[in-house]
Structure formats: C-alpha cells, structure tokens
Design a protein. Structure first.
Length: 299
C-alpha cells in the first residue's frame, strides 16, 4: 500500500490512489465470513448481512460489486445489504468474496494508523446506530438506506488513515490543539479537500447507487434524510472522546429540530450519562425579576 506524505493536486488523484488494489476489510469480517463459508448449508442471508454491516469497508465492497455487475434487466439500484446478498445469492457471494485482504495486515507496519482506522470504524458504527434510531423516529420510508449511508459517510477518513497516515495525524493534531477548528476546514488545509468531497468522488468512481451518494452529500442538508445522516456522523465524531466536546450542544439543538423532540427527551434517548446530561440541559429561565414585586411608585 503506497503511503502519501503530501497533499495531492486534485480529487481525481485521491480517487486513483485510494482505488489501487483490492479494498481491505476488517480481519474479523474476513474470519467470520470464512467460518460461514465452511457451514454454507446452514447460513442464511440475514447472518451474512449482519457481518457485512459491522464493517463499512466490506459494505462498500459489496455495494460496489453489485452495482458494477448489475444485470441489464435490473432497472433499479440496490441500496441495502440484505437486498444485495439476496440478489447475489449465498453460494456466489462466498465465491466472489473469498480470501479477502485485511486492513490489519495492510497496516501492520504502522500501528498508529491502524488505531486511527479502528477508531473511525467504531465511530461509523455509532453513527449508523444513531441514524437508524432517528430514521425510525421520523418514520423514514427506508430505514436501511439511512443506516448504510451513515455507515459509509466517513469511509474517506478511513482511507486517509490507511494511505496518508502522516497527513491524517497532522489534521487530528490541529483539531486537538484548537477545538474550535471545524473538521472540513482542517481537512481542506491539510489535504486540499474535505473528507466529504473526497468521499463523494470515491463513491462515484466506485459506482455506488446514486441515492446513497445523495444521502452522503452534505451540500444537500436541507433534505431531512441527508440531514439525518450528517447529524448522526457529526454527533458520533464529537462524542468520540465523551460528551464534553464544545460542539455537542449545537448538535443536540439541530437534532431536536430534526426529530421534533425537546432536550430532555433527546438526552434520554441518547442515554447520555447523568453527570453530562445535567450539564447539557438548557439553563432554566431566570424568572426572579419577573416574579418580584414592582417598585412602589413615588408619591
């Protein structure tokens, strides 16, 4: 795996770099699927789907494979993993996704980058959980689409750790030094582009379904479905180290507006620890002056 030490001049250059070779997956994913292959006759699509959805890189591989091998008679894109597995078939699936390369092997010589990758994957899982819960609250027409878009939203961040660990570590260090810096601004300074811009370019290159690309496009945040995905990823990013991040109150306000919940209801749904919940509750309005008796009028 080639390592990048300076910013590239264009989005196409990043897409070409990140598209080199076969996309690696988590070692646990490869191991679990290999175990299922040995018991193929007793495995169903739901079990395979659960393994895939635990790994954004494997999810990306499956959707990209299906879209690039779409049959002429198939006139609509497959946007969820359960449908993808059903469309491929269990035996062809195991034949297609055999001997998968792993991210742990690819980054064996750079443990700090591996830690970074695993951190982003954990964050992606948390974002997918939030997005799923909020899509259910909103009675979204297809909860699974929202879940997958949230899971894949930060794939570019994973690939930046894998292909450009020094640059990615620099971006994270800048934000640690100044918590007021926004992620997109730091990414543009270090990489020349935001992670979301790189992400969308990659999604188009890998021929992901247009609907999923739209759901990951933060420039369309006026759409409630897109906003669900964006806010889920923002909250997962900001609470990665706990609930003390200065951006979290603004996140909660935006989520309240999206879900039509008050702060107390949202805090309860997010299972925020009590000591943090107290701090994140809005201050009660000061009614002492309003309740006080007006001064006596002078004679």
């Amino acid at each position: 795996m080639n390592r990048l030490n300076e910013a590239l001049p264009s989005l196409d250059a990043y897409v070409d770099l990140f598209s080199q070779g076969s996309l690696p997956v988590l070692r646990r994913t490869a191991r679990d699927l290999a175990g299922m292959r040995e018991q193929e006759g007793r495995v169903n699509g739901k079990q395979i789907t659960q393994v895939i959805l635990g790994d954004p890189l494997m999810t990306l591989r499956v959707l990209s494979h299906l879209e690039t091998h779409r049959r002429q008679a198939q006139n609509h894109a497959i946007t969820t993993i359960d449908r993808a597995v059903m469309m491929i078939g269990i035996t062809p699936f195991f034949r297609q996704f055999e001997d998968l390369p792993t991210i742990e092997d690819a980054l064996a010589d750079t443990p700090a980058a591996l830690i970074g990758v695993l951190g982003v994957i954990g964050r992606a899982r948390r974002a997918a959980h939030y997005a799923r819960e909020w899509a259910i609250i909103r009675h979204d027409l297809d909860v699974e689409e929202i879940t997958i878009a949230a899971l894949l939203h930060d794939t570019a961040d994973i690939l930046c750790w894998a292909f450009a660990p020094a640059l990615t570590a620099k971006a994270y260090a800048m934000q640690r030094a100044d918590a007021s810096l926004r992620s997109a601004a730091v990414q543009r300074e270090v990489f020349g582009f935001s992670a979301n811009e790189i992400q969308l370019a990659l999604a188009k290159k890998w021929q992901l379904p247009e609907l999923l690309i739209h759901l990951m496009d933060e420039s369309s945040a006026s759409n409630p479905r897109v906003r669900t995905v964006a806010l889920a990823n923002a909250l997962a990013r900001h609470n990665a180290k706990g609930w003390g991040n200065a951006a979290i109150p603004d996140d909660l306000t935006a989520i309240q507006s999206l879900l039509k919940l008050n702060r107390e209801q949202l805090i309860r749904r997010l299972a925020i620890p009590e000591e943090d919940a107290i701090r994140l509750m809005p201050a009660p309005e000061d009614t002492s002056e309003a309740d006080a008796e007006p001064p006596a009028r002078p004679d």
